[in-house]
Design a protein around this ligand. Sequence first.
Ligand SMILES: CC(C)(COP(=O)(O)OP(=O)(O)OC[C@H]1O[C@@H](n2cnc3c(N)ncnc32)[C@H](O)[C@@H]1OP(=O)(O)O)[C@@H](O)C(=O)NCCC(=O)NCCS
Length: 176
Amino acid sequence: MKVVIETPRLILREFQPRDADALARVISDPETMRFYPAPFDRAGVEGWITGNIRRYEKNGHGLWALDLKATGEMIGDCGITLQEVDGEFLPEIGYHLRRDMWGQGLATEAARACRDYGFEHLNAEFLTSLIRPENLASRRVAERNGMKVWKQVMRVGLVHAVYRLTREEWYASARS
Ligand SMILES: CC(C)(COP(=O)(O)OP(=O)(O)OC[C@H]1O[C@@H](n2cnc3c(N)ncnc32)[C@H](O)[C@@H]1OP(=O)(O)O)[C@@H](O)C(=O)NCCC(=O)NCCS
């Protein structure tokens, strides 16, 4: 099990095939996935894991599993993937949390750790988060991560706000 980041309450580590049951409790939940085209079935859950394992090999990063230190349970994911925006692949911070874990600041804690990792270890010039405008909780996490709306794009036929934080903004905010 490869641990990537540790925060006060969470361990961010690489996904393994045996995470499928715990991940299904997150991304097969219709309420959690209401801003996505559909919740994921079993094949989709397994594809999510193998896709991220492929990303670790190819890019050195991807969505990482979130283990709650207090219980050892896997409760969601957060990480950095490359997403196509206007023909370019940009580093994107994404997060998905099991529903009974919402509202405790856990996504913000994980997203901030990924932001610092992206600038400190991946040499990113900027980081983004792609969010449906009506996804208020996700927008709030991006804002608390220091991001602002940069532009809007269409993805899978739906409007998405592209939130962005540049290395300069991150560096300045860390020192203010
Ligand atoms: C987005 C998500 C990861 C947030 O997880 P979380 O751990 O509950 O987030 P946090 O507790 O760190 O912060 C959530 C913030 O959104 C706010 N919020 C939550 N639900 C909200 C709502 N319906 N409307 C407005 N704000 C809301 C909270 O008040 C909090 O802001 P605050 O700290 O300023 O009060 C979680 O809701 C989730 O898994 N959603 C489904 C998957 C998803 O949409 N992922 C993002 C794809 S772009």
